[in-house]
Write a protein that binds this ligand. Structure first.
Ligand code: HEM
Length: 127
């Protein structure tokens, strides 16, 4: 029958491809590049662990790093509505690149929209 766990539906391999395609875009994005480390390999490794558990797979992130406390972990970085939008655009394009489609993509992306908006901790500058 239909997999009940989203993580099983996408699978570890495609999830990994998605995250790599995502950070390749983040590394080139003028609004995101300045707030990320220049070497994104460790960031991508943590994000793969996090997304695994976010999608109902094993708790790889928490086992190594403790409770995600995502909003708190983003506090050191100025996350404006503009940057949240940029993050979501990179994810949208990465989903296109790996050919993620249908209901799975729709539900996953909507969840990311909500989480991204929740991370906003600063307003766009007026200038
Ligand atoms: C870490 C930016 C949204 C999950 C980070 C880091 C930055 C960042 C700068 C630190 C990277 C590093 O030092 O390695 C942003 C921006 C967002 C956003 C601009 C726009 C809204 C999200 C969302 C999620 C997420 C929506 C999850 C659905 C994570 C995780 C980490 C992380 C798991 C690693 C935390 C750790 O160091 O253990 N993010 N993020 N982020 N972000 Fe985001």
């Amino acid at each position: 029958g239909k997999p009940i766990i989203p993580y099983e539906e996408i699978g570890a391999e495609r999830l990994s491809l998605l995250i790599d395609a995502f950070y390749a875009r983040v590394a080139e994005h003028p609004k995101l590049k300045p707030i990320f480390p220049s070497d994104l390999s460790e960031t991508a490794r943590k994000q793969k662990q996090f997304m695994t558990q976010y999608l109902g797979g094993p708790n790889l992130y928490s086992e190594e790093h403790g409770h995600p406390r995502l909003k708190a972990r983003h506090h050191p970085f100025p996350i404006t509505p503009e940057r949240a939008q940029a993050w979501l655009e990179c994810m949208h394009d990465a989903m296109d690149e790996i050919g993620l489609e249908g209901k799975f993509r729709e539900v996953f992306f909507q969840r990311l929209v909500m989480t991204a908006h929740h991370m906003v901790n600063e307003q766009d500058s007026e200038e």
